[in-house]
Design a binder for this molecule. Structure first.
Ligand SMILES: Cc1ncc(COP(=O)(O)O)c(C=O)c1O
Length: 155
């Protein structure tokens, strides 16, 4: 297999239809940033929008902004935007709460749906707060944790 050269990579970048989106994000000079799941790069438009939310919708609109600024509709609105990205219908996606709260609700719901199954299995290397939530739930729901190391799994 021939190695990809820097020239090849530059040509692929030049032909990439998404390359124009690079300028939509703020990143320090020289940084190649590959972490998208935990904290992605700051979208330029997000900074302006956050300022608008805080200074106009929160400071001026106060509690009225739930309706007047449409905050109340945001979970469904954002879910509708995510749905095509994950191949789902808008009604199949929910955007709500924090990751930890959603992990808790998901695991608690799963334990309730299958009362005879009392083991929560996760990779030992999983995100720490996800494991703390699962361990806390297991302790109060008469369940136990199975924590194999992903490093030890055969695949
Ligand atoms: C996999 C994972 N779990 C949990 C969290 C914690 O999220 P939250 O503070 O929304 O509960 C994060 C945050 O980056 C995460 O990436």
């Amino acid at each position: 297999v021939p190695a990809i050269t820097r020239t090849d990579a530059a040509a692929m970048d030049a032909a990439d239809p998404l390359v124009r989106l690079r300028d939509e994000f703020v990143l320090p000079d020289g940084v190649v940033y590959l972490d998208g799941n935990s904290l992605g790069a700051l979208p330029r438009r997000a900074a302006a929008r956050v300022r608008e939310v805080v200074e106009a919708e929160w400071a001026e609109g106060l509690v009225r902004s739930w309706n007047e600024a449409g905050w109340i509709d945001l979970p469904a609105h954002v879910a509708g935007k995510i749905a095509p990205l994950v191949g789902a219908l808008p009604s199949e996606v929910a955007v709500a709460d924090s990751t930890s709260v959603n992990v808790f609700k998901l695991l608690a719901g799963a334990l309730r749906l299958r009362p005879r199954r009392r083991v929560i299995v996760s990779e030992r290397e999983n995100f720490p707060t996800d494991l703390y939530v699962a361990q806390g739930l297991a302790a109060t729901a008469e369940a136990t944790m199975g924590l194999p190391s992903a490093m030890a799994l055969p695949w």
